[in-house]
Design a protein around this ligand. Structure first.
Ligand SMILES: NC(=O)c1ccc[n+]([C@@H]2O[C@H](COP(=O)([O-])OP(=O)(O)OC[C@H]3O[C@@H](n4cnc5c(N)ncnc54)[C@H](O)[C@@H]3O)[C@@H](O)[C@H]2O)c1
Length: 327
């Protein structure tokens, strides 16, 4: 069945791959985004892009939509630390208002982009969805709180919460602040990779698999409601660096790290549900390398989320009066 889908944050790194994947399957999409990093979505009769902020939903109705995919957020740890107030407003308070709007508009399905980082530090061999959440950063904490808020609406919405690993690979809105992408471009540009620590384990997911996973959930039945990890390769940062060095011929330099986060994800639940990942971290490295050699991607300032947000003062100046009591 073709769905009418409302996607917040659809112009971002993930959205720029998820939206074309869903359009290809014939779904109709409205994207709602502040377009802080631009808009690289294709022109398509089934796509409309509205410029707007999820902190200000008062003139919006979600009547007629089947599904909400909620991606909009200040999307990493350093940005959350840089702008704590808008991070809480966007990721938590606005999520509650979006859920209310979805319910009053008669929307049935709600898919939320949480993060695998909600588990924080863990030595467990298998971090399943049942693991205790110990979020460390403001970003991680807002993701956990948004999950809890949404779970309180689970009688009114078919809720799927995705906890993805760090995403890697090419997107029209590129991100060069995520590990594999950042290290690959460093290697291509400088012939040298600087690794902080290196022993930390991080789970990874290729962006094409992530886009396929959202399509899987959009088309899934109600019985698939729940929380899902999504990360298919748990690798030490040094292992990723060695893969990149093998592909590009770059040297590896190791420096001390002050980032203690180390975690691995077990995604058996989604695999048992029938989802099959098709791509690997090595595919992402090869695809980025090829695109770089052909000049398809370059190291643009807007691909670096923190410095771009800092430079443009995104977040704070858009403070919304509806949350004035929280200030
Ligand atoms: N990329 C990853 O590795 C990763 C991993 C786990 C979870 N996530 C989550 O997935 C989601 C998307 O991440 P991404 O990598 O595409 O990030 P991104 O920063 O590229 O995209 C976020 C998009 O949201 C928009 N946005 C931000 N605040 C908004 C607001 N107040 N109103 C409307 N739009 C707003 C931005 O303009 C941007 O287009 C985020 O919620 C992020 O926390 C990402």
């Amino acid at each position: 069945m073709k769905k009418n889908i409302f996607i917040t944050g659809g112009c971002g790194y993930k959205g720029s791959k998820i939206v074309p994947t869903l359009l290809k399957s014939g779904h109709r999409i409205t994207v709602f985004d502040t377009t802080w990093f631009g808009n690289y979505l294709p022109s398509n009769a089934n796509l409309s892009v509205k410029s707007g902020d999820v902190r200000n939903l008062k003139n919006l109705s979600l009547e007629g939509y089947d599904t909400v995919i909620h991606l909009a957020s200040i999307a990493n740890d350093p940005c959350g630390d840089l702008n704590p107030t808008p991070t809480w407003e966007i990721s938590v308070l606005a999520t509650q208002q979006l859920a209310e709007l979805a319910i009053s508009g008669g929307v049935k399905d709600f898919i939320y982009a949480s993060s695998g980082s909600v588990y924080g530090l863990s030595d467990s061999e298998k971090v399943t969805e049942k693991e205790k959440l110990v979020p460390l950063s403001i970003y991680n904490k807002t993701k956990m709180c948004a999950e809890r808020i949404l779970l309180s609406y689970s009688k009114a919405l078919n809720l799927k919460i995705v906890r993805p690993a760090t995403v890697c690979g090419l997107s029209p809105r590129m991100r060069l602040d995520v590990a594999v992408n950042m290290l690959t471009v460093q290697a291509l540009q400088n012939k040298k990779i600087t690794v902080l620590g290196g022993e930390q384990i991080r789970p990874n997911i290729h962006i094409d698999d992530l886009a396929a996973l959202y399509k899987f959930f959009v088309e899934a039945e109600e019985s698939k409601n729940g929380i899902y990890n999504a990360g298919f390769e748990n690798l030490k940062i040094i292992e990723i660096a060695e893969m990149i060095a093998g592909k590009t011929g770059a040297d590896i330099q190791i420096k001390e790290s002050n980032d203690p986060r180390s975690y691995r994800l077990c995604s058996d639940k989604i695999l048992e549900m029938g989802f099959k990942p098709q791509k690997t971290v090595m595919d992402a490295i090869s695809e980025i390398s090829e695109a770089w050699k052909k000049g398809i991607i370059t190291n643009k300032p807007e691909w670096h989320t923190v410095s771009w947000m800092q430079k443009n003062n995104f977040g704070p100046e858009k403070f919304s009066p509806q949350f004035a009591l929280s200030a």
